[in-house]
Design a protein around this ligand. Structure first.
Ligand code: CA
Length: 230
């Protein structure tokens, strides 16, 4: 996945480039509007991150040029202005989302991933995989390294949720609402117990471990052996 970042503030640009590169993206960073406009219009990117306030031409002008060429590349605006009018203007000109500075990198990355996902066709799939783990949805069977793994209905649903959103940290409350159709405001022990059982079945006898606990946040499914794909 290749991203273009147009940002004139040196520190912000470097920070975004570094974070995105670590997240597995290829990044072109330019620090002025004209170069940004040139690359946006002539290059091939999966997503463009545009700072609105640039020293020469602004981000709005760039997104306009891009849309005039009928290019649908998703655009995420970064704006220091917290005014509704500016956001509306950006969205009307063809930006797909905006983020008001200052922002946390985790928030930025989440927006980037959401926009990238939106652009993908969603094929009807009957198999979900990560590493050597495969979930066959029609038969509701799970295999790891070819070995059939016996899962209860809830365990299968839980694993399916983790697989569909692999790489994302899923809070216990989200898991509770999606799998148990309930809100576990105070007692999320049931989630921890279910995760422990699932781990004993899909992770204990295998490498690499796929279910990860993110302290204070929740759980995520990730193949940490594979950094090429976020
Ligand atoms: Ca700026």
């Amino acid at each position: 996945m290749k991203l273009l970042v147009v940002e004139d503030e040196i520190k912000t640009g470097d920070y975004l480039r570094q974070g995105l590169t670590e997240a597995g993206f290829t990044v072109d960073l330019v620090r002025n509007g004209l170069d940004g406009q040139h690359l946006a219009v002539t290059g091939t990117y999966d997503l463009i991150v545009l700072d609105v306030m640039l020293p020469d031409i602004d981000g709005w002008r760039i997104v306009q040029s891009l849309r005039e060429k009928n290019t649908n590349t998703p655009v995420l605006f970064l704006t220091a202005r917290d005014s509704v009018d500016d956001r509306v203007k950006g969205l009307e000109l063809g930006a797909d989302d905006y983020l008001v500075k200052p922002f946390a990198f985790s928030e930025f990355l989440a927006r980037v991933r959401t926009l990238l996902r939106r652009g993908e066709p969603s094929p009807i799939t009957d198999k979900l995989t990560i590493a050597d783990l495969t979930l066959d949805l029609p038969s509701r069977r799970a295999r790891r390294s070819g070995t059939l793994i016996n899962l209860t209905n809830k365990e299968f649903s839980l694993l399916e949720l983790l697989l569909r959103r692999q790489g994302e940290v899923l809070p216990r409350s989200l898991i509770a609402s999606q799998i148990w159709d309930m809100n576990f405001d105070s007692d999320t022990n049931v989630i921890d117990v279910a995760i422990r059982r699932l781990r004993s079945k899909i992770d204990d006898s295998f490498e690499p471990k796929l279910i990860h606990t993110v302290r204070g946040m929740g759980y995520k499914l990730e193949n940490t052996d594979d950094n090429s794909d976020f």
